[in-house]
Every structure is written in C-alpha cells, then in structure tokens.
Ligand binder design. Structure first.
Ligand SMILES: Nc1ncnc2c1ncn2[C@@H]1O[C@H](COP(=O)(O)OP(=O)(O)O)[C@@H](O)[C@H]1O
Ligand SMILES: [Mg+2]
Length: 281
C-alpha cells in the first residue's frame, strides 16, 4: 500500500480525535439513517472506483462491508471518515458535516497505529487531552474503558511491550475514548489469533450496546463480516456498486455458539452465494 505523507498525517489526526465536534446541538432524527452518502464518485489514475454511489448507514447499528479484494472497501470507509477525499458527492452525519461529528477510527495495522513514545494509558488518553479534557475527567474515562475491556495488563506498558491482541485492544479503547457517534474499523480481526478475535468480538458488541455508537467494519473474512453485523453491505468488483444489503437479525449478545446457529449459517451461505455470483459476473 502506498501511504502518502498526507494520508499519514490525516491518519494521525483522526487517531488523535481531531474531528472532535465543536459541540453542536443534537437535532431530532426524523429518519433512521445516521450517515447518508450521496452521489459519491472516486477514481484512481483515471480508473473509476465509485461512480454516483449512494448509501445510508442506519443509526446505532453495526454494518459490515464485505467484497472482493481491491473492490474499494477501505476507500469507501476512508471517504466517509474523511481520510480520503472523494472526487464528488456528499456525506452527511445526521445532516451535519464530518467536522461537526465525533468519529473513532481503528486502523488496519495496529502495529503502526499507536504512538510508540506514549504508554498504553497515554495513547488512550491522547484524544481526550487533545480535546482539552481536565486530568480528573481523563482518568475517569480511561478507568471506565479499562473496566469495560476488563484490562488485566499494565496500561503503563509501551506498545512494543504488548501482544498484538493487547495493542488492538488499546487501539479500540483509544477510538472509543471520545464517545464517538460513528466508529470505523478496518479489518480489525485480520491479524488476531482466534482467542483474541473472540475477545474483541465480545468487547465490540458490549461497547456498541453500552454506547449506541454506529459502527462500520470492513472485513475480508466472511465469518467476521457476518458475526457482528446488523447488515452486511456486499460490494461488487470495481467499478463498485452495492450487490446486496443482507440483514442479520440474530439476537445479541452473539457468542461463539452463534456461529453454529442455523440463522448464522443461512446468512453466511447467502452472503457467499452473492459474493460468488459477483466474482463470476
Ligand atoms: N491511494 C491510492 N492510489 C491509487 N490507487 C488506489 C489508492 N488507494 C486505493 N487504490 C486502488 O483502489 C482500489 C480499492 O482499494 P481498497 O479500497 O484498498 O480495496 P479493499 O479495501 O476493498 O481491498 C484498489 O484497486 C487499489 O489499488
Ligand atoms: Mg482494505
């Protein structure tokens, strides 16, 4: 992947919670859609990826983005999160622009996502401090997150002293610190072992239930894409369109046993079928 300095700077800014709102009065929500994407277009090197693309993300739900390698899953999420500039189109959060919206972002590569010169605790506290929160409130918020995530390792440790799963946990805590309205996660399970995948799945569900945050998760793994989702957004090969939006209504909390539930198996099977059809289209 080519990371331009510009992109890296934007990444750092988002990780740091740069999009913290200048507090805006919450409007009543007449529609269920939280995020609306209208007329989105994006081309790379003259080759169109998205053209007049429209999407609604429902409030307080978890949407997984699933599709063939290179179809633009990350690009779509990054355009919504403001890391990649669309060529055209409008993206609104409750009718507000991104700069008036609190978002959280968990990067694909957790090894590069944390500030190596800060302890885990300071990494989590960073966006809060940057937002001007008082030390007592920062401590209370980090303590609250540590309790939610049942942290058993010492948060005074530096990122290089942590396991991959612990690093990813810190990344997710940092993303949740500012109580985002929308949280973006790019392939959050791709580098985790099975045990950590189960743990992070459980914690993401708990965090979502506790906060009502709207979540968008990119995944290239069918089981991961289905497991947490209220909706699976299935994308086609490029030029990318929506192949299908598959609802998944299995009650929460979903547990490891959910993966052998007939409804899980049915939705996974259907998603695979659409994916195969698109691959052969
Ligand atoms: N900064 C960029 N410059 C040129 N091409 C890019 C850039 N970012 C992504 N692309 C291309 O856009 C397509 C979609 O990329 P991406 O969104 O990363 O796909 P996915 O996450 O679905 O695997 C790929 O063909 C990729 O090579
Ligand atoms: Mg990607």
């Amino acid at each position: 992947m080519n990371i331009t300095p510009e992109f890296t700077e934007a990444q750092a800014a988002v990780a740091a919670g740069a999009a913290i709102a200048n507090s805006v009065a919450v409007r009543p929500a007449p529609v269920e859609a939280h995020v609306t994407v209208r007329g989105l277009s994006k081309a790379f090197a003259g080759s169109p990826l998205y053209s007049d693309f429209n999407l609604d993300l429902p409030r307080g739900k978890i949407v997984s983005i699933f599709g063939p390698n290179g179809c633009g899953k990350s690009t779509l999420m990054n355009m919504i999160a403001g890391l990649t500039k669309p060529d055209a189109g409008e993206i609104l959060f409750d009718g507000k622009s991104l700069k008036d919206t609190r978002i959280g972002y968990v990067f694909q590569n957790y090894r590069d996502a944390l500030f190596p010169w800060l302890t885990s605790w300071e990494n989590i506290a960073y966006p809060l401090r940057r937002g001007g929160m008082k030390p007592d409130a920062v401590k209370a918020r980090v303590d609250e997150l540590a309790a939610l995530f049942e942290i058993r390792f010492d948060l005074k440790r530096y990122p290089y002293e942590l396991s991959g799963g612990q690093m990813q946990t810190v990344c997710i805590m940092r993303a949740l610190a500012t109580k985002p309205e929308v949280m973006f996660l790019d392939e959050p399970f791709s580098a985790l072992d099975f045990e950590m995948t189960l743990f992070i799945r459980e914690k993401l569900q708990q965090a979502q239930a506790a906060t009502g945050v709207t979540m968008v998760i990119v995944s290239h793994d069918l089981e991961d894409a289905v497991f947490l989702a209220d909706q699976i957004l299935l994308l086609t090969r490029r030029p990318t369109r929506i192949a299908e939006i598959v609802p998944f209504t299995l009650p929460r909390p979903r547990t490891p046993e959910s993966t052998v539930d007939p409804e899980f198996i049915r939705v996974k099977g259907h998603t695979l079928e659409v994916f195969r059809r698109e691959m052969n289209a």
